[in-house]
Design a protein around this ligand. Structure first.
Ligand SMILES: NC(=O)c1ccc[n+]([C@@H]2O[C@H](COP(=O)([O-])OP(=O)(O)OC[C@H]3O[C@@H](n4cnc5c(N)ncnc54)[C@H](OP(=O)(O)O)[C@@H]3O)[C@@H](O)[C@H]2O)c1
Length: 309
């Protein structure tokens, strides 16, 4: 089986070497090496240019080098109608869980306030709520969201989760359906977005959502930049309804140097590092998916295109 490998990341060479090492019977080519596009049966990609995959007339599967497929299902991408497989990796879920826990602790224990005070050499104490009194709401209870919700519950937070279909997770209060949306928000001191970016979820972190959160709530986004209306967040922070935000993903990445989020005193920014794909385990999954396709089987973690995730 021949595969096109398209990866814009600085560690693309590491990925390619791992794929070749773990799948010695398979052939991996970068786009400039492809002489006969119709012989390519698999495309291993991240953010390929529009039109690249269309030219591969013999394509049997698209294997994404990460967890999210929104960049491939975006309007105008013209994706061939073949199985689209993403990486679902416990190593990535663990990475996300530690980032989310750090973000919640940052807000809960007011480290943002103390960082600001330290700059002013100011010794002022503030009361902090006990962990068991802090209510966290996790949007999305999939591979990432369920791991994060469970970790937060283990630590002692009062955790609820929001999903499209009902979920039964130990220690997590489940919310589903638009009629429960206001009560889910009203009980979320911390709102964490780990939804996939779809036509239904785009812009879900907006002024109406923020207004329905308790006074002094924190917003944490590690889903996609398209979930957040950045100007609505800035307004909700500036009028003191929200206490802070921790953001890992942005509508435009890298976040432009002049963007107001950079300098906002209530915002902590990380450069899309919450859960970077692990090349070692990711390459193993891609090879397993290619072998499944060759056997005529549907690989695990094939995206349901009707739901865009
Ligand atoms: N920042 C980073 O470094 C990083 C790294 C990896 C992933 N991500 C992002 O993290 C997000 C989650 O990834 P994942 O792998 O956990 O996704 P996933 O396994 O597909 O889970 C998605 C969850 O969202 C729920 N959902 C989808 N549409 C919904 C809707 N309209 N209303 C309510 N719930 C909805 C799903 O409900 P059901 O359970 O009912 O299907 C599911 O629980 C994605 O945006 C991904 O791109 C970010």
């Amino acid at each position: 089986m021949r595969a096109l490998f398209w990866c814009p990341w600085p560690n693309a060479d590491e990925w390619l070497a791992l794929l070749r090492q773990k799948g010695p019977e398979l052939e991996f080519l970068i786009s400039s090496e492809i002489d006969a596009p119709e012989t390519i049966e698999a495309a291993i990609v991240w953010q390929p240019p529009s039109g690249l995959l269309e030219r591969l007339s013999g394509l049997r599967c698209i294997l994404v080098l990460g967890a999210g497929v929104d960049h491939l299902l975006a309007p105008g991408m013209r994706l061939p109608d073949v199985p689209l497989v993403r990486i679902v990796d416990p190593v990535m879920a663990e990475r996300m869980a530690s980032w989310v826990l750090a973000a919640v602790l940052f807000g809960h224990r007011q480290l943002d306030v103390y960082v600001r005070q330290q700059r002013e050499r100011s010794w002022r104490r503030h009361a902090a709520r006990d962990t068991a009194d802090v209510r966290v709401g996790v949007l999305g209870l999939g591979a990432m969201g369920s791991a994060c919700a469970s970790r937060l519950a283990q630590v002692g937070y009062r955790v609820a989760g929001w999903s499209r279909t009902p979920k039964a997770l130990a220690g997590i209060e489940g919310f589903t359906g638009s009629e429960t949306w206001p009560s889910f928000l009203a009980r979320s001191d911390f709102l964490i977005c780990l939804l996939p970016l779809t036509p239904e979820t785009r812009g879900i972190l907006n002024a109406r959502t923020f207004a329905a959160l308790p006074e002094g709530a924190f917003v944490i986004n590690a889903g996609r930049g398209g979930h957040l209306i950045e100007s609505d967040l800035l307004s909700a922070l500036d009028d003191d309804h929200l206490a802070g935000a921790v953001l890992d993903v942005f509508e435009e990445e890298p976040l432009p140097a002049q963007h107001p989020l950079w300098a906002h005193p209530k915002v902590l920014i990380t450069p899309h590092i919450a859960s970077i794909t692990n090349p070692e385990t990711g390459a193993e999954q891609i090879i397993a998916a290619m072998r499944a396709i060759r056997r005529g089987e549907m690989p695990p973690n094939t995206v349901d295109r009707r739901h865009h995730y």
